[in-house]
Design a protein around this ligand. Structure first.
Ligand SMILES: [Zn+2]
Length: 292
């Protein structure tokens, strides 16, 4: 593809969301979500990395320690969250995923092997989605309505496929502070987007293996997260987290998470919700507008 092949129009043609109210007259919303990748986060570039056992063990920490600590914290705080889980992880850590569901949390689709959705590898990318649905159904008996693209990338072609297969919301794009309805390539409606934000991707600040990034200290992360939440709250928007049990389940990072959630819970007019709940609320707003 050449630069001159790129159409001169906005990358996202979804209409800007009109102002709307959150449930119970809350002022803004926190979409509390985790990506429970476990080992897949370390084999998604090459399957031969499976043999690099120390490398892969970074992901194993999420399953062996991190997720249990986070589930216990959420239970203590009486919070419900969404966990995006690759199907391989559901197979390899079935009991943990059952615990997530038993605790009342939502599980969303996060690929099979956590592979990048890539339009240059359509067959492989569609298999990753389809096999993800099949395995989550077979292993956990669930049909997810939410999807987060592995490795933080996606394309309208895959959104259309997900939409046709029952996905009602996506949480991958970075371009808004309010939910919006995707417009697909055929100008038809697609899933609702619950946009995310790199500030709240704990991997960016708390896991530095091979990334070239610096590990950020607790004070830096908390001030960044609290500022983001405070101003998004002022704006009446949506704050979306991308926390990973293999990062925020580490002792020092767990302390940051616990403090951040405690701050959020002290905000009376903040709605802390799962992706499914936010999606259903947005659908109800759309429905009311149609009925008017
Ligand atoms: Zn992931």
């Amino acid at each position: 593809m050449k630069y001159t092949d790129i159409p001169a129009r906005p990358a996202n043609t979804a209409p800007i969301t009109k102002a709307f109210s959150w449930p119970q007259n809350k002022k803004s919303c926190l979409f509390l979500s985790f990506d429970f990748d476990a080992e897949t986060g370390w084999i998604d570039i090459s399957p031969t990395d499976w043999h690099k056992k120390v490398k892969v063990s970074h992901g194993s920490f999420g399953a062996r320690v991190g997720i249990g600590k986070i589930l216990a914290l959420l239970k203590e705080l009486e919070l419900k969250a969404t966990f995006f889980v690759p199907a391989w992880t559901a197979q390899a850590h079935t009991q943990i995923c059952e615990n997530i569901l038993t605790d009342g949390h939502e599980i969303g689709h996060h690929g099979r092997f956590h592979l990048l959705p890539d339009i240059h590898e359509m067959e492989r990318s569609l298999e990753e989605i389809d096999n993800g649905f099949d395995i989550l159904d077979r292993v956990l008996g669930i049909r997810p309505v939410g999807y987060r693209a592995p490795l933080g990338e996606n394309h309208q072609l895959f959104l259309a496929h997900l939409w046709q297969n029952g996905i009602k919301y996506s949480s991958s794009w970075r371009d808004d502070i309010l939910p919006y309805r995707h417009v697909l390539d055929d100008d038809q409606d697609g899933p609702i987007e619950l946009p995310a934000n790199y500030f709240f991707d704990d991997w960016m600040h708390g896991l530095i293996v091979g990334s070239g990034r610096n590990l950020l200290a607790r004070e830096q992360i908390l001030s960044m997260w609290n500022d983001e939440l405070e101003i998004t709250h002022e704006w009446g928007g949506l704050t979306t987290t991308i926390f990973h049990p293999q990062v925020s389940g580490r002792p020092s990072r767990y302390k940051i998470l616990r403090e951040f959630l405690s701050t959020a819970q002290k905000m009376d007019d903040l709605w802390i919700a799962t992706g499914r709940e936010i999606c259903e609320h947005y659908e109800s707003i759309e429905q009311k507008r149609v009925e008017k």
